[in-house]
Design a protein around this ligand. Sequence first.
Ligand SMILES: *Cc1c(COP(=O)(O)O)cnc(C)c1O
Length: 370
Amino acid sequence: MIELVPLVRQFQSMKQDILQAMADTIDSGKFILGPNVQRLESDISAYLEVSDAIGVANGTDALVLTLDAYGIGPGDEVITTPFTFFASAEAVSRVGATPVFADIDPQTYNIDPARIEEKITPATKAIIPVHLFGQPADMDEMMSIANKRGLVVIEDACQAFGAEYKGRRVGSIGHAACFSFFPTKNLGTIGDGGLITTSDKEVAQRIRRLRQHGSNKKYYHSEIGYNSRLDELHAAIVQLALSKIDSWNKERMRLAVRYREAFKDLPYLRVGPEPQDRSHIYHLFCIQSEHRDQLQEALTRKDIQSGVYYPRPLHLQEAYASLHYGPGAYPVSERLSEQLLALPMSPFLLESEQDQVIDVLIGLKGELKP
Ligand SMILES: *Cc1c(COP(=O)(O)O)cnc(C)c1O
């Protein structure tokens, strides 16, 4: 079996260090918001060149707390992409605001800046671009729209730790950004975790307060908050992963080049172009094809996992029936939900395994027409 993401290998490669970090944490007696979280926050803020990084319980909470910290709530609208993991919009709904979708660019699968302006109303407060599959969204265009209209930009960087956009790392470009340490993310742990970055001192302070029950001083609460903290064990594990993230991302990019080379002349599948001004760290490597389901079946027959991200755009989710979007509302997202297929990708994927994936897809030459 060739897995989509060989996670066990990844964490086994760090197992001795993880066990040592766990033992050290037990001996320290500090379990919540202790030195491990502090060190990780300070190392990530240095890595991303932002003033603050704030550990929280997961990536979804990162979005919720950030929206809340900016005072976004009932009556407000937030523009985001319908082609993302559900949490990007769910967080907006969770604070009582309404997600408004703008369709994606068919080449990059990221929110299309040209579609944003037409969605802005007097109720619009923020834009959440998602750096989908590890490729940075068009941040310059986004920031210029936002600055002109007085909107907040919250990067959903959950799939793109370490990716660069015009020489800056994602997570340092918008007003704030959200990361997830869910196990399969390119920077992950063996459980849940999340983090918010910002260089707005006031917002950072508010988020620090919100994550622990609206309190700066124990047992004194200035507002209604949350219990949403990154715990010491996961902070220690993410710290270990952080020391490897650049080489892991590089390996993902190297494998992506191998896929690209192998597929470049196949008429029945495409790989999106790589813009020159940003780095795609390939949290997922997706191919696009009208024959998606056949390609997936061929891989499954050879015991190779693949994945559909995402089979249903958010505007067509049952949970958003009340928003009254029908099929056809976001044609690019809808088409790509039928055509994209994620292939095995991980710094722990072996070249020999990747070659098997490639062989299966190239081997379909006789069966499939363009
Ligand atoms: C994973 C993910 C999230 C949510 O992160 P969790 O830690 O699972 O809550 C949000 N947005 C995107 C784009 C993601 O991929």
